[in-house]
Each structure stands twice: as C-alpha cells, then as structure tokens.
Ligand binder design. Structure first.
Ligand code: RIB
Length: 298
C-alpha cells in the first residue's frame, strides 16, 4: 500500500512550436487543461499501475477542488485524508510544451501551501511505502518523513529547501538532474548523485530524461539504465510517472535495481502522449505487444 502526500494543480497546457524567450510573443498551436500537481500525478499514476494508493493533498473550496475529488474517486484512490481549505484557491500550473516535448512550468501553489503537519497526522499509520515531494510546505514533508514507519521515497521536486537535513530522512531520493545538481551544489551529475546517495538512507536515483536513469546506493554501488527509445510528445510528468512506478514495484517487493529498470521503461512510455499522468497497466501491456518489446514479464 502506497501513501502519497503531495500537491494538486489544475494544469493549463499551451503547446507551442518553440518555447517563448523573455519579451517574445508566440502563437499557441493548441491549449487544454488537465489534472496535475506532482502529488496527484504520482498517486494516480501508481493507481493506474494497480497500486493500492491513498492520497493526502489540499484543494480549495472551489469547483476545481470538487472536480479533483471526483477525479481521484473515479481513479480508485483513497481520499479520506484530502483537505478542503476554505478561502484559498486550488493550485494551478501553466505549462508550455514545445513540439519536441520539452516544457516550462510555472506554479501558483494555492491550497497546496496550506497542507500542514496536523493535516497529515492520521494518514501516517497507513501504507508500506511513503512517496512525497516538495510542492507542499517543507515542515509537512519533514513531519511525514519523520513519523512514517515504512519505506520512504522523497522526490525533491522542486529542489528548494530551507533545511537540507530533510534529505537525510528519506530512504530513497529521486531528483532529476537539475534538482540533483542544485541540491548537491555541483554541476557534475555523477558527483551530485554520489553526494546525495551518502545523505539518503538507501540510495539516490537520478532521472536523466532521454539519457535514462542513474542509481548510486549509500554504499557506493552504481547502476544505470538507458531511456526507452521513443519519439517524445510531452515530457511533462515523466518524473512523476517514474516515481509512481518505482513505488509500485518496491511495494510489490522487487529489488531496487529491477524496480528502477521497470519504472524507467514505464516513464519512457508516458512521454509518448500529452499530459502528466502515466499509462494504465493495460496500456503498458499493449505498448509491449504493439512494439514487440519485452520490457519485463507483466
Ligand atoms: O511534474 C509535473 C507537474 O509539475 C505538473 O502537473 C504541474 O502541476 C507541476 O506540479
């Protein structure tokens, strides 16, 4: 069972030929809105891979908050610990995506920043794996990591911390390369992974986009997997899907190396369509069937 504590945003996507530069006006090829926020993306993506998932999040008492709750229930998440915050709007994100799948994201946190330690208290008895990120107050993340008794995964995204000791509370850290280099204070990804691995209790897993994933364990063992060879349409949420799949496979009892290998493949499938959510288990099987790739035994 997987407990996800994190954010929800309504994502407003703007698809453009090229990402705008400061002062430039560009034409949108299309626009659409979707459910987003790293916490929600990770919870829903884990559920779609047949994980048993509870989400702790905060939304506003507005129509977006109501729609989010309805969406989570339809996806089959446990939402009894979701908080509805009066007088604060639900979080929003504006996401520009170019035709090569690269993105730029701006977030207005809204209710996400009102998710306090006292809001998550009861949920911490539930689940074997905790998955959390940094789009909610740092004190809440710290409290959850301190109190949860099970495997703890911290996706340090976005990489903004007042107190770096939070990193030492997680068993597994899963930054992308920008976050890893920022948190470790070096431009060298490999060195950043090594430094962060020494802080984490078990390992640090750095997602490298189209270059795959690098893992360094606390004892210094390293392994790496290449990214799946696909034509990317939208890389938004690929890290969220990776984290979701990692939590699902670790919750099933797989060894870290095999869990990372599978999660990397599933994150690869997710960039072949728009939006920040991952594929269902059936879609993963269909992908393997139509491309003839045996990513793993289902
Ligand atoms: O990781 C992608 C997510 O980051 C988007 O869904 C957006 O809401 C921001 O939280």
């Amino acid at each position: 069972m997987i407990l996800v504590i994190g954010s929800y945003n309504v994502d407003y996507f703007v698809v453009v030929e090229d990402l705008p530069k400061p002062g430039e006006t560009v034409r949108a090829l299309r626009t659409f809105s979707a459910h987003g926020g790293k916490g929600s993306n990770q919870a829903v993506s884990a559920r779609r891979l047949r994980g048993d998932v509870a989400l702790v999040s905060a939304v506003g008492d507005d129509s977006s908050g109501k729609t989010a709750l309805e969406f989570w229930r339809n996806e089959g998440l446990e939402v009894k610990w979701v908080k509805v915050k009066t007088g604060i709007p639900t979080g929003k994100a504006i996401i520009f995506v170019d035709v090569r799948g690269r993105n730029m994201i701006v977030v207005e946190p809204g209710a996400n920043y009102a998710l306090k330690p006292e809001d998550v208290g009861d949920s911490l008895e539930w689940g074997n794996v905790l998955l959390t990120q940094l789009e909610i107050p740092e004190e809440t993340v710290k409290y959850a990591l301190n109190e949860f008794d099970g495997l703890k995964i911290l996706n340090p995204a976005p990489a903004r911390l007042k107190d770096y000791s939070v990193l030492e509370l997680a068993d597994i850290l899963t930054p992308n390369e920008v976050e890893a280099t920022e948190l470790a204070g070096t431009n060298e990804v490999s060195l950043a992974a090594e430094r962060l691995a020494k802080k984490s209790r078990l390992a640090t897993v750095v997602t490298l986009g189209d270059r795959g994933v690098l893992v360094v364990t606390r004892e210094g063992k390293r392994f790496r997997f290449d990214a799946l060879k696909v034509e990317p349409v939208d890389e938004t949420g690929a890290g969220d899907v990776f984290n979701a799949a990692l939590a699902v496979f670790l919750d099933k009892g797989l060894e870290l190396e095999e869990a990372v290998r599978r999660a990397n493949a599933i994150a690869g499938i997710s960039v072949t369509s728009y939006g920040a959510l991952g594929p269902t288990w059936e879609e993963v099987e269909r992908f393997m069937h139509t491309t003839g790739s045996r990513l793993f035994e289902p």
